[in-house]
Design a protein around this ligand. Structure first.
Ligand code: TMP
Length: 416
């Protein structure tokens, strides 16, 4: 294995080598690799960004795995910045609290706990909590706000350490982190080690049905190793001795899915059986187990590229000023793949203090605080963090009131 990345040869779930490459977004830097001004002339590492479809189990996965140390050691993603995300975490914690009868003796462990945003809600229900996250910088912030955090990747080894220190967990959560994990069997091994006999494992990740339906190609990047539908996910769950006992679709992040799992128990009736069958059927109808669906998806991306570039170039020709809104990783994928640089976007505004003052990877677009939008009053702001479009447009009503227009790039271009 190369030190920086590993080439995927077999499906992460079913181990088949029948992998069909349907997407090539070219080589690009890791999309959370924001850069300091003084480093802009230094060489930037670029990694292939492409996707396989497993012809055996239908898992969609990246063609390479970049060394996680490169991506996650110093991470610039903070959950707490979005109201929508906080509401989602609040509902997850509330549902789990009710369903699992949590009390002050219960333990909740969160894998990929980030700044502790989800665990704060569990803490408010008096449960004992512990976060697990490899990003040292963010774990420090979580600790400072009273969320005990173990700086670790979650696997069977760290699970044993955590069990020894904190005991068995009633609930283990993992939101938007499973797609980041190469060895999914190790995650379930860890869950098996750390979870009480009748405890639950709740996970959330973007749903492939939404990704394909809404052309969310820019959510495909090095951090996200897998793009799950329920067909391969359920195969994994069963192989690991668990079963899905609740599923719901969520609007968050362009369309996600929240799945609750428990250890397989033949004596208990499975309450999620019908929903699972319904969604597996939906996936089949959407063509998620056919190569052609993915070929069509790739064609649509190239069409969108042409349309968006035509629009932006014609606006520039008319002397319009355009900026970006949200220096999201997905925005960096879109700008890099489409070749949108500072000739088109003057700058990007973003609420994340750590991103402000830095430059986007690849396209080197400067990132500023959100108040620069009204200060500079460009004609157009393209919402690169389109998953938060409503939240952003509500927040920036004054921009619209003063005649500024928002462009939403996906699934088809909208000017608002
Ligand atoms: P994400 O889609 O990967 O979660 O990234 C969203 C980005 O958008 C993140 O960098 C924060 C930024 N953002 C704002 O700048 N303003 C906002 O109001 C919201 C909700 C997000």
């Amino acid at each position: 294995m190369n030190k920086d990345f590993r080439v995927v040869k077999k499906c992460r779930i079913c181990k088949s080598s029948k992998l069909y490459k349907f997407l090539d977004l070219n080589k690009m830097p890791i999309p959370n690799g924001f850069r300091k001004k003084e480093d802009l002339n230094k060489k930037e590492h670029k990694y292939e960004l492409g996707c396989f479809f497993c012809e055996n189990c239908s898992l969609v996965q990246l063609t390479i795995v970049v060394n996680p140390e490169i991506m996650f050691k110093n991470y610039l993603y903070f959950s707490a910045l979005s109201k929508v995300m906080m509401n989602n975490f609040s509902s997850l914690a509330h549902e789990a609290y009710l369903a699992e009868n949590l009390d002050e003796n219960s333990l909740v462990c969160d894998i990929g706990s980030n700044d502790g945003s989800l665990l704060k809600f569990f803490k408010s229900y008096d449960s004992k909590i512990v976060g697990i996250d490899p990003a040292e910088n963010i774990a420090k912030i979580a600790e400072l706000s009273g969320i005990p955090t173990e700086v670790e990747y979650f696997n069977s080894i760290s699970a044993k350490k955590i069990r020894k220190k904190y005991g068995l967990a009633d609930v283990i959560t993992a939101t938007n982190v499973i797609a980041h994990t190469d060895n999914l069997y190790e995650v379930f091994k860890g869950v098996d080690i750390l979870l009480k006999k009748d405890g639950v494992f709740i996970t959330e990740f973007p749903y492939l049905v939404d990704l394909i339906d809404k052309l969310e190609f820019d959510t495909i990047y090095h951090e996200h190793l897998s793009y799950f539908s329920l067909k391969p996910w359920n195969l994994l769950v069963e192989k690991c001795g668990f079963e899905i006992c609740d599923i719901r679709r969520l609007a968050i992040h362009g369309g996600s899915i929240r799945i609750t799992h428990r250890r397989k128990n033949r004596n208990l009736k499975n309450p999620a059986k019908k929903t699972l069958e319904f969604l597996l059927d939906l996936e089949e109808k959407k063509g998620l187990s056919k190569k052609e669906t993915y070929d069509e998806f790739s064609l649509k991306i190239n069409k969108l590229k042409e349309e968006l570039l035509t629009l932006l170039r014609s606006l520039k020709k008319d002397g319009k000023k355009i900026v970006g809104y949200g220096a999201a990783a997905k925005g960096n994928v879109l700008t890099n793949f489409f070749g949108i640089d500072t000739k088109i976007l003057d700058f990007i505004v973003d609420a994340t203090p750590y991103k402000q003052g830095l430059f986007t990877p690849g396209m080197k677009i400067p990132v500023y605080a959100e108040n620069r939008l009204l200060k500079k009053m460009p004609d157009y702001a393209i919402i690169l963090a389109w998953n938060f479009a409503n939240e952003i447009m509500e927040k920036q009503e004054t921009f619209s009131a003063k005649g500024g227009r928002f462009i939403i790039p996906l699934p088809e271009i909208k000017i608002i």
